[in-house]
Design a protein around this ligand. Structure first.
Ligand code: SF4
Length: 461
């Protein structure tokens, strides 16, 4: 492993790496087309046929729908962007306006050096050579003064920089390491909830929105953030679905919804627990689904530890078979595992995960939920009943506002509990929709092999 003193981090090295997108992580436009035309004389006005254009496939790298774009280029100049004909979404104005981004007179094309105070907005253009010298000096100075942990690589969110972020990390790792931020900026809460609860991170239900009977946009505003896809929500409404928005703000989706439920920010988990209590009390849960597809039937002891057939086999969860009246492995054939306490032996010193969830939710009665959330008790009651009985019902969380908030994971977890309890998982028009990202759809290998000897520096959450 080489460290900074071994690597000849000269301008040439940096320039080579820049060509790979490492230096100046923000210097590369998210648009794939960088056809400099500003200095050219305007082309004479001619009537063009489609065959006069070169066409290119590309993608809109914004963090919403990953729209598939077709670019039309005439004599080296990007003229038009449109949604590719075989893509099921019409891209939005943000994507189509890329012709303007590429040629905008304020587009940054050279490095800029700040010459005023921070925030003053005073910069002067400098050459790449000067910029790279300055970066090299700062990297060396930082490592000499603070060590490698003194360098923070602050990456962008999700898809925008899936490849570029990795290159940046690799660059600093080859210098011996750097401080990193934990996870992605966009989806920490839902990732932390989903991985232990459902074992994967991909829950993109967007193509089944129109099949839904009840759509709960929770802390999410798809009329703006899934703009090109909002037609699916409208289609669902036309098919008779009810669209409900839970959000402190009367947002654009709320304006189109059948109901807007304002809530005190940061109290969403209380609302979810209140809904869970109602679903438990009124037995609106899906018994068959819970028995067949969830760990709600797993047994737990008095210390809330799950019981296993073999302590060293993490998958050997035990359940209580109501047919043979015995404890068996959860995956034994032909069993009907107990879900509720009433199905367990009266003297059992264990209970089920389902009963733990019930206990956890019991304190969240309507009065307490109303006091915490400011959502009227009658609304909470109706919301829980409607969500549980109009199936398939979908919660749209889509990397909701909870992601980087304190205990935001519980908001996402509460939503998954609701979907699981009501048997809405795995059904078209149901589930918890999370628009996901390119890394959930495909495997992207690291662009460089990891260096062997990187310092372990704790990330910043
Ligand atoms: S919806 Fe608009 S901004 Fe988002 S990926 Fe598509 S074209 Fe780009």
């Amino acid at each position: 492993m080489k460290n900074i003193s071994d690597i000849r981090l000269n301008r040439r090295t940096l320039l080579k790496l820049k060509g790979l997108g490492v230096i100046g992580l923000a210097s590369i436009s998210p648009c794939a087309f960088s056809l400099a035309s500003e200095d050219k004389k305007p082309l004479p006005r001619v009537r063009l046929k489609l065959s006069d254009y070169q066409t290119f496939r590309s993608t809109c790298a914004m963090e919403c729908l990953h729209c598939n774009l077709t670019a039309y280029v005439y004599q080296g100049e990007l003229k038009k962007i449109e949604a590719s004909k075989d893509f099921n979404v019409k891209c939005c104005l943000r994507g189509m306006s890329r012709t303007k981004w590429v040629y905008h007179k304020q587009r940054v094309k050279t490095p800029l050096l700040r010459v005023g105070e921070k925030g003053e907005g005073k910069f002067k253009p400098i050459s790449w050579d000067e910029a790279l010298d300055l970066i090299e000096k700062n990297i060396r100075d930082t490592i000499a003064t603070h060590g490698n942990k003194g360098m923070l690589i602050s990456t962008h969110a999700g898809n925008m920089d899936s490849i570029k972020n990795d290159m940046g990390k690799a660059f600093f790792d080859y210098l011996g390491g750097s401080t990193k931020q934990a996870g992605s900026l966009c989806c920490s809460a839902v990732t932390a909830a989903m991985m232990p609860m459902v074992g994967l991170r991909y829950a993109d239900m967007r193509d089944t929105i129109a099949d839904s009977r009840y759509i709960l946009c929770w802390g999410n505003n798809p009329a703006v953030t899934m703009q090109a896809y909002f037609k699916e929500y409208i289609k669902a409404q036309a098919n008779g679905a009810r669209l409900v928005v839970i959000d402190p703000r009367f947002n654009e989706t709320a304006a189109k919804a059948d109901e807007w439920i304002p809530i005190i920010p940061g109290t969403d988990t209380a609302l979810a627990l209140g809904m869970i209590k109602i679903i438990m009390d009124e037995q609106l849960y899906d018994v068959d689904f819970l028995r067949q597809h969830t760990g709600a039937v797993y047994l737990v002891d008095a210390r809330k530890k799950q019981l296993r057939e073999k302590p060293d086999d993490a998958e050997s969860y035990l359940v209580y078979d109501t047919l043979t009246k015995s404890m068996v492995r959860h995956d034994a054939p032909g069993i009907v595992p107990a879900l509720t306490k009433a199905e367990l032996p009266a003297d059992a010193e264990y209970t089920t995960v389902f009963e733990l969830i019930r206990t956890e939710s019991q304190q969240w009665n309507l009065a307490k939920v109303e006091a915490e959330t400011d959502v009227p008790a009658a609304t909470v009651l109706r919301l829980a009943r409607e969500y549980a009985s109009n199936k398939p019902s979908m919660i749209v969380q889509n990397m909701s506002g909870a992601q980087r908030t304190e205990f935001g994971t519980y908001v996402a977890a509460g939503q998954f509990y609701l979907a699981l309890l009501t048997g809405n998982m795995g059904k078209a028009g149901g589930g918890v929709c999370d628009a996901g990202g390119v890394r959930q759809m495909m495997k992207i290998n690291a662009p460089l092999p990891a260096p062997k000897d990187v310092q372990k520096i704790p990330p910043i959450p």
